[in-house]
Ligand binder design. Structure first.
Ligand SMILES: *Cc1c(COP(=O)(O)O)cnc(C)c1O
Length: 334
């Protein structure tokens, strides 16, 4: 968007929180007695999958749209995401009377296209890959002056996602460890900046799937790298971090205490536990915190908060996972 500062501070996040107040839900946080029994620590679940549009992405998208100048807002916003960012941007733009254009390839399933349209966006179907959809975004920015709102590597987006961290601190001031689902790192960077800004002793741990963890691979070698993408139950955690990453790589490197990778079977177990025990429907990406706690993967100090980041899962897939399937392949084979 505009000139990017090098990082996002808790003051930026407080400003974002004031800006988006009333436009996003303040989501509940609840204790989990069963996870407390299993882990011996006080465990709270931050029910962000209740957020409007089904994920925390509405926070960042709303802050980005509200941060535009009137002239930018009049030209409209654009993105290439068909997932939770696309939904969020469609909703956020419509709520402010702006036009969002979402570019997608013709391979995107009709139900996803319909959902983005229902939320009020203009849909442009171009080419047969995500790269071609992104090229169309670049063209609309260059030729029509539309403003691209990226899914994670943007100061306004990170500050918006960070408002989730502020809420956690307000709801459980003594929190010692926060478990954050991690992909491009907008959520983890924002939440860590907020939580550590308020309490520097608190730990923030990023969790992602073994299959195609671009941020983890990049942190391991010290600069952004590409990794091969494989289908995962945590499909919202797929995708790269951008070889020209400006903000989230450095923030995750500097602020996260650890990053852990989860196998598919553990993510499936997390979704199953969320449903059968906590009575919550979450997508794979939203289940990684519960998954890591159940698998005993984390050495952590309590109280711990696991962020349930989204609920946008295909319900046929969800039913099969709840009934015992442990991977996307098994789901396809079933
Ligand atoms: C986008 C997303 C994530 C990961 O967020 P990043 O900012 O890309 O790290 C996690 N969970 C859900 C449900 C998401 O939609």
């Amino acid at each position: 968007m505009c000139a990017q500062p090098a990082s996002v501070s808790i003051d930026d996040i407080r400003a974002a929180s004031a800006r988006i107040a009333g436009r996003v839900l303040r989501t509940p946080m609840v204790p989990s007695a069963i996870l407390q029994e299993r882990t011996g620590a006080l465990v709270h679940l931050k029910l962000e999958h209740y957020q409007t549009t089904g994920s925390f992405k509405l926070r960042g998208a709303t802050n980005a749209v509200l941060s535009l100048t009137p002239a930018q807002r009049a030209r409209g916003v654009v993105a290439a995401s068909t997932g939770n960012h696309g939904r969020a941007l469609a909703h956020a733009a419509k709520a402010e009377g702006a036009v969002a254009t979402i570019c997608m390839s013709r391979l995107v399933p009709e139900n996803k296209v319909a959902e983005i349209r229902r939320l009020g966006a203009e849909v442009r179907i171009v080419g047969s890959s995500q790269d071609e959809a992104q090229e169309e975004v670049d063209r609309l920015v260059a030729e029509k002056g539309m403003v691209m709102v990226p899914p994670f590597d943007d100061a306004a987006v990170i500050a918006g996602q960070g408002t989730l961290g502020l809420e956690i601190i307000e709801q459980l001031p003594q929190v010692a460890t926060v478990l954050v689902p991690l992909s491009g790192g907008g959520l983890a960077a924002g939440v860590a900046a907020a939580v550590k800004g308020a309490n520097p002793k608190a730990k923030v741990i990023g969790l992602t799937m073994e299959r195609g963890a671009a941020m983890k691979a990049s942190l391991d070698v010290g600069h952004p790298v590409q990794v091969e993408e494989l289908p995962s139950l945590a499909d919202s955690l797929g995708g790269g971090i951008g070889l020209d990453n400006a903000l989230t790589f450095a923030m995750c490197r500097d602020l996260l205490d650890d990053v852990l990778l989860l196998p598919e079977a553990e993510i499936a177990a997390g979704m199953r536990h969320a449903y059968a025990v906590e009575r919550e429907i979450v997508e794979g990406a939203g289940a990684v915190g519960i998954a890591a706690l159940l698998a005993g993967r984390i050495r952590f100090a309590g109280p711990v908060v696991a962020i349930l980041s989204g609920r946008n899962v295909d319900m046929t897939l969800h039913r099969r996972i709840v009934n015992g399937a442990t991977s996307v392949e098994e789901e396809v084979a079933a």
